[in-house]
Design a protein around this ligand. Structure first.
Ligand code: NI
Ligand code: MN
Length: 227
């Protein structure tokens, strides 16, 4: 079975039987990161939800070193393609089978722009399927009603990775509603406690989601979760 490894904030490594994929690499400058950006040796792909630096700070260096394919929305993928990274452009609603797994991009209500002002189109969430398990990484987003059809379009979600840190994304109230909409078997919070601005009580999220009859747990940076 595949494993999720949390590297802090919204950065997740997905380790399948034969493939390894990274989502939203933000290690350099991430006070919660448990690894260095240069610690990755072999990587098939990097999935990127949007163009904020706390989601793509290390995309370029890791992609260059490992040769990983950068898969993202059109604007983000082409941004890294122009920097010499291998890239594949997709967009919201689109899905594609890759050798390393199946990728489908979803809506996210947020923005997507680099620190120096390069507008990178619409942000996204991503449903990634590997070894028969489905992971929904919501990216940065508010809750939205269309979360109700994510599982209808993709099939039942095994794990939902949901931002709960408030201020820039859903807080706990919205994230609990998101869990209810998505109906994933397991719900894991992210994008919280990275900085004082994002401090929330993740235990409250876990308790309230369990109250809905759904799985929920905290995964700390450096910990692995068997999907
Ligand atoms: Ni963001
Ligand atoms: Mn963010």
């Amino acid at each position: 079975m595949p494993h999720l490894i949390f590297h802090g904030h919204s950065c997740w490594e997905v380790e399948g039987e034969n493939h390894r994929v990274l989502i939203d690499p933000f290690l350099t400058g991430n006070p919660k990161a448990d690894v260095d950006a240069n610690s990755f040796e072999t990587l098939d792909a990097i999935l990127v939800t949007h163009g904020h630096s706390d989601h793509m700070a290390d995309v370029e260096s890791i992609a260059r070193k490992t040769g990983a394919l950068v898969v993202s929305t059109n604007e983000v993928a082409n941004y890294f393609g122009a920097k010499g990274c291998e890239s594949h452009a997709m967009h919201i609603g689109g899905q594609r089978d890759f050798p390393f797994g199946h990728v489908k991009f979803t809506i996210a209500h947020h923005s997507s722009i680099t620190d120096d002002g390069v507008a990178l189109g619409n942000p996204a969430g991503v449903v990634f399927t590997i070894d028969g398990r489905k992971i929904y990484h919501a990216g940065d987003t508010a809750v939205f009603m269309d979360m109700k059809i994510i599982a209808e379009l993709s099939g039942p979600i095994d794990v939902a990775l949901l931002p709960i840190g408030d201020n820039f994304t859903m807080g706990i109230d919205e994230a609990v509603l998101a869990a209810e909409f998505v109906q994933a078997r397991m719900n894991i919070p992210m994008h919280y406690n990275t900085w004082p601005l994002l401090e929330v009580n993740a235990g409250e999220f876990v308790e309230r989601v369990r109250g809905l009859g759904l799985g929920a747990m905290i995964v700390e940076p450096g910990e692995r979760y068997a999907i």
